[in-house]
Design a protein around this ligand. Structure first.
Ligand code: SAH
Ligand code: MG
Length: 221
């Protein structure tokens, strides 16, 4: 399977902003995300991300959206996933709000977008993903699932958001590991990926690292 489509490559300053931002996505996956986002904007619909964190991947969706004159939406409660809490492998002490005593990645996210000059192209939705999905009313050109890694969260993200994906739109799933690596690179995203393929509503497009791209080609999610 191929990775990036020709002509859908971010400018050097966008790549630099991506690489400077806190987050969990390597560059090869970022380039594949960007290419998919750029392609999906042809539908003229918003692009949606679940799992903003500090805005690293959001930069790429936002730049692709900006080029096409659509919006990038990004959903997060900004309190971190299980594996990002104090004491866990993916914890970053800088993300803790000392007043509240809990993680809050929203301020860092806002600084990231500001530094990249992309604030005007992003709508940040702060809340729990299934709750936002339940009140969301419009069609989407792309859904990028990069939120919680438990079965509960990954399944709720898929069930909540994929029905909003327009036919021809792209479903992207991050952290798809067909072989279990450790407790937190668990396999819930992989199970969601298999479920999407088995539904008959999606066709596989590409795989880059742990990023999978599928196209919605039919009803029946
Ligand atoms: N896309 C980011 C990484 C996201 S990390 C990057 O490329 O760097 C996963 C994020 O999902 C965390 O910030 C966490 O707060 C968020 N998250 C986990 N479960 C969630 C839920 N149920 N609703 C909203 N956000 C959630
Ligand atoms: Mg991820």
């Amino acid at each position: 399977m191929t990775t990036t489509a020709a002509g859908h490559t971010p400018a050097p300053e966008i790549v630099a902003a991506f690489e400077a931002a806190k987050g969990f996505m390597p560059l090869d996956e970022g380039l594949a995300l960007y290419a998919a986002a750029a392609e999906a904007t042809a539908l003229g619909l918003p692009l949606l991300e679940v799992g903003t964190y500090c805005g690293r991947s959001t930069i790429l969706l936002a730049d692709a959206a900006r080029q096409a004159g659509v919006s990038a939406l990004t959903v997060d409660h900004h309190r971190g996933s299980e594996e990002q809490q104090p004491g866990w492998d993916y914890h970053d002490p800088e993300t803790v709000d000392p007043v509240v005593g809990r993680m809050d990645t929203l301020p860092t996210f806002r600084r990231t977008l500001h530094a990249a000059g992309l604030e005007d192209h992003v709508v940040a939705l702060v809340g729990r993903s299934p709750q936002v999905a339940a009140v969301w009313g419009g069609p989407l050109g792309l859904v990028f699932v990069d939120g919680g890694h438990t079965d509960e969260h990954a399944t709720a993200d898929y069930e909540g958001w994929s029905p909003h994906l327009a036919e021809g739109g792209l479903l992207l799933i991050h952290d798809v590991f067909p072989v279990k690596l450790d407790e937190w690179t668990g396999q819930a995203p992989y199970r969601v990926y298999l479920r999407a393929l088995e539904s008959g509503a999606f066709t596989g497009v590409s795989a880059t690292g742990s990023l999978r791209v599928l196209r919605r080609t039919g009803p029946g999610i």
